[in-house]
Design a binder for this molecule. Structure first.
Ligand SMILES: Nc1nc2c(ncn2[C@@H]2O[C@H](COP(=O)(O)OP(=O)(O)O)[C@@H](O)[C@H]2O)c(=O)[nH]1
Ligand SMILES: [Mg+2]
Length: 263
């Protein structure tokens, strides 16, 4: 009788441990989504840097038919990084917001649990991916924002006029939307899968800074824990910014729309 019980116990614990090991093995690494438009100066360096990190990340590049051949550089690298570097190509410049939505849907369909937004231009330091992941995995955040304006956050090389403009834009957003996030326009983030599953991705309306604000606002409104991790933001050294006055206008009017049209 006793031998049967202990035999069953041994069998059960072997089965349990085996399932745990299997689950761990099947767990996909986290996915870093990078939208690109004319990033030939940055993309290869960025891909190599992310794959050189201690923690294993997969990468998805969403390229909008960059005329400078960014996609060609990525596809050449795909044979060097099989099974961990992916690319989605769209026909034309459709905007940062829809590029991310495309990437989020791709990531959910493939089963990733932690999904990142990051720029190609090294404004976001890839070393910080590990800190953002830790905030979501171990510190209870559902969305971890790489933040310039939380205590400890910095901007390395912007002229004071641009820092002031960006900072006051963030204050403006906080005042209109009444959310306690210091860096509402930040585009360096880690999402837990459940956040992206719960947001109505087909109903995200904006494409530029307003897109970044909208994602945070919606996640907060749904009750998710949106937290900030201080980062140092560095202005791009190579290639050109694609941000335009149109994107500023969209953000200015967009927050009012979000607040008063029930978004
Ligand atoms: N796929 C795609 N990527 C874009 C588009 N616009 C900007 N990006 C990328 O989004 C990231 C941030 O854009 P960037 O020009 O650096 O904006 P800034 O940092 O606000 O000046 C970069 O990786 C760009 O290549 C777009 O229309 N489509
Ligand atoms: Mg940039």
């Amino acid at each position: 009788m006793n031998t049967t019980i202990s035999l069953n116990f041994v069998k059960e614990s072997i089965f349990k441990n085996f399932s745990l090991i299997l689950a761990k093995k099947l767990e996909l690494p986290s996915l870093v989504i990078i939208p690109t438009y004319n990033e030939k100066e940055n993309i290869e360096k960025m891909i190599r840097k992310v794959f050189s990190l201690q923690e294993l990340f997969h990468m998805l590049i969403v390229d909008d038919g960059s005329p400078d051949g960014t996609a060609k550089i990525v596809s050449n690298l795909m044979s060097e990084f099989p099974g961990k570097l992916f690319m989605e190509e769209r026909k034309g410049k459709l905007g940062l917001g829809t590029a991310y939505i495309h990437g989020f849907k791709w990531a959910l369909q493939k089963g990733y649990d932690y999904i990142f937004e990051m720029d190609a231009d090294f404004s976001h330091n890839p070393d910080d991916l590990v800190r953002l992941l830790d905030a979501c995995k171990n510190k209870g955040m559902d969305v971890a924002i790489g933040s310039r304006y939380t205590r400890g956050g910095k901007i390395a090389n912007w002229p004071m006029s641009r820092v002031m403009m960006s900072y006051f834009a963030s204050v403006y957003v906080r005042c209109v939307l009444w959310i306690n996030i210091s860096d509402t326009t930040a585009g360096f983030k880690c999402y837990k899968r459940k956040v992206l599953e719960s947001l109505d991705l087909d109903n995200i309306r904006f494409v530029g800074y307003a897109f970044q604000i909208e994602m945070k606002y919606d996640a907060k409104k749904m009750g998710f824990k949106v937290g900030e991790v201080p980062i140092t933001f560095t202005d791009r050294r190579e290639g050109q910014s694609k941000m335009s006055t149109g994107i500023f206008k969209e953000a200015f009017w967009g927050v009012i729309e979000m607040r008063f049209k029930g978004k």
